[in-house]
Ligand binder design. Structure first.
Ligand SMILES: Nc1nc2c(ncn2[C@@H]2O[C@H](COP(=O)(O)OP(=O)(O)OP(=O)(O)O)[C@@H](O)[C@H]2O)c(=O)[nH]1
Length: 605
């Protein structure tokens, strides 16, 4: 058993693409944790989807050994997800560390998530080892980046190490700085067991694999343990380290990081942030900071073909086993029939789940536009949480309509400040402050409605700043807003799945934009299809899709039958993601038409 004085627990925090995974690979290589042959690019990002998207979604951990000044050190590297949707998991992972390597790209410099991550590490009282990566780049600007780090992150420029995770230059020094600067874990191996669950993954054969950091005491194979939050007891079947493959040991003691396998069949029985202690006798105190994952974004998922409902449920059940932070419950829509209301941590999380569904289950889905959770106080004094615009009561019954507000930090070259300020002002953001990181880069902070941020703020930021701006946000709370439910009527019928919540002052512009988009997306029919947007009984926009009789094969002059067949096939494809409502065929894309903000139109005028 390694004495705590020779253990170092740390993570690498960085903005996306600053080279976290590459550095992790390099450290594993230096410590001989993986042989060259075994070493695949980006070993830590081992989920296929993570690799596809090039981002780290789930935290992982790896134990490395390194001989330094006559002692064998055990170095536990805990990987943290870099995206704002997974902030809670980041915070749990950081609780398990005593130090963090703060990695900054020597060309890009300090970005929004660098600041957010550095603050998170400081909040957890971690020793920060500042490192500038990619110094091999010919256009690297090390002096300016050092200055930015000193200025924004309260780090002394002379403490900043330089390395190239790509060439390996300076990486050994990073490892040694971790040993020298990061404190050894505290904790008593003879005390009552107290360990933090910071992650869990699902293995088809072994069930839930729980990642833990032992704070106090020792956990042994065969021991009966208790998850204090969940209140369940289990027997430890296997435990060990990740090297990065699982390597079984007999015990894990205070200060160590590793895994537990306890014959747990589903991941929803394992809560990230929960405390593991003894099943018999007086358990240890619960570790602070536990909270239920909060779903911020919701959307409806419906099978295009009602027959697929059961299949969709099975696919969703399977997904929840792997990712309990995603939730779903059945809902019915007059327009779309039977489907599910699904809750996600954020927009990226939603995209990931959708991709998995499409990859793993062959079902055609209709997805409704995403929305945030609203809080409504009714005239009768009741407070309700609303996850779907359909559930918003009539205007007359609402006393107060509240929405989530977030504090958004943008980091960008100073020449784009004006553009982003305008973007935020157009969305009724509240200006908080501007901080200059250097003469050419600044951090701009605004409070905005989450609904205005999640849909397209990231895309807008990228286009306004030619890709140079980055952003990050944190939830501030709920605030009353001038919100209304806008309904869409197709052929006089309200399509519940098309209702949205928007600011009263934007309603006219948005109503017109949505109706215009719907007119483009809904194909012509044999009859006229009137489209209307309405608030309560007041119609705010209308358009007609005129009738048409269309014979698609007519163009082929009756000749080539194979061409005709191709056209028919194509038509069938087009029908796939279509939903027949009343007598009107509405394609999938139309359900997202409600995301139209009308901003583009405003600009053209
Ligand atoms: N030139 C150069 N490129 C590097 C260096 N380190 C990483 N890169 C490249 O930078 C890109 C991003 O590196 P990753 O290691 O995937 O970045 P990451 O921070 O793990 O990204 P996320 O997982 O998305 O947070 C890759 O194309 C790497 O090859 C370096 O030292 N020099």
């Amino acid at each position: 058993m390694t004495s705590p004085q020779y253990i170092r627990n740390f993570s690498i925090v960085a903005h996306i693409d600053h080279g976290k995974s590459t550095l992790a690979d390099r450290l594993m290589e230096i410590t001989g944790t993986v042989s060259f042959r075994e070493m695949k690019e980006q070993l830590l990002d081992d989920m296929a989807l993570e690799r596809q998207r090039g981002i780290t979604i789930k935290s992982h951990a790896v134990t490395m050994h390194y001989q330094y000044q006559g002692h064998k050190f055990e170095l536990n590297l805990i990987d943290t997800p870099g995206h704002v949707d997974f902030q809670y998991e980041v915070s749990r992972s950081l609780t398990c560390c005593e130090g963090a390597v703060l990695l900054v790209d020597a060309f890009q410099g300090v970005e929004a998530q660098t600041v957010a991550n550095a603050y998170a590490a400081m909040e957890h009282d971690l020793m920060i080892v500042p490192v500038m990566n990619k110094v091999d780049l010919t256009h690297a600007r090390p002096d300016e980046v050092r200055e930015e780090m000193e200025h924004t992150l309260a780090i002394h420029a002379e403490e900043v190490l330089g390395c190239s995770a790509k060439t390996g230059m300076g990486c050994k020094e990073v490892l040694e700085a971790v040993i020298e600067r990061v404190p050894a874990p505290q904790g008593d191996p003879h005390a009552t067991l107290q360990a933090m669950i910071f992650d869990a993954v699902y293995d088809e054969f072994r069930g839930a694999i729980t990642y833990i950091r032992v704070m106090n005491g020792t956990v042994r194979k065969g021991q009966k343990i208790k998850f204090l939050q969940q209140g369940t007891t289990h027997e430890v079947i296997e435990l060990g380290h990740f090297t990065p493959r699982r390597k079984a040991t007999n015990s894990l003691a205070a200060g160590q990081v590793g895994y537990l396998i306890c014959n747990i069949k589903t991941l929803d029985k394992v809560n990230i942030g929960d405390t593991v202690s003894v099943a018999t006798g007086e358990p240890a105190l619960k570790l602070p900071g536990y909270r239920e994952p909060k779903r911020m974004v919701f959307c409806g998922l419906y099978p295009s073909d009602g027959q697929d409902f059961k299949q969709l449920r099975e696919a969703l059940d399977k997904l929840v086993i792997n990712d309990p932070s995603f939730e779903f419950s059945p809902e019915t829509s007059d327009a779309l029939g039977f489907g599910f209301r699904c809750g996600f941590l954020g927009l990226l999380h939603m995209e990931i789940i959708q991709q998995r569904l499409e990859q793993e289950a062959d079902i055609d889905l209709v997805q409704t536009a995403p929305n945030v959770t609203y809080e409504i106080v009714t005239k009768t004094g009741e407070t309700m949480e609303v996850h779907t615009p359909q559930d918003v009561p009539d205007q007359g019954d609402i006393e107060e309509f509240r929405q989530p507000i977030v504090r958004v930090s943008f980091v960008l070259p100073t020449e784009y400040i004006g553009g982003i300020m305008k973007l935020c002002t157009d969305r009724r953001g509240t200006y908080v402050r501007t901080e200059y990181l250097s003469p050419t880069r600044a951090m701009l902070v605004y409070d905005l409605a989450l609904a205005d941020v999640i849909y397209d703020m990231h895309d807008k930021l990228k286009s306004t700043t030619r890709g140079y701006g980055t952003m990050d946000y944190e939830l501030l709370g709920y605030e009353p807003g001038e919100l209304v439910r806008m309904d869409i009527l197709v052929k006089g019928e309200r399509i519940d799945a098309l209702s949205i919540v928007c600011d009263r002052r934007d309603a006219d512009v948005r109503g017109r934009a949505v109706i215009k988009k719907l007119k483009e997306e809904i194909p012509r029919h044999m009859f006229e299809v009137p489209l209307q947007a309405a608030i309560g009984t007041r119609v705010i926009a209308r358009e007609n899709i005129s009738a048409m009789r269309k014979n698609v094969t007519a163009k082929c002059y009756g000749g080539d039958i194979s061409r005709k067949r191709k056209l028919w096939e194509k038509q069938k494809e087009g029908k796939k993601r279509m939903k027949s409502i009343g007598s009107v065929d509405i394609p999938q894309k139309a359900f997202l038409a409600v995301l139209e903000t009308g901003e583009e139109e405003g600009k053209k005028k």
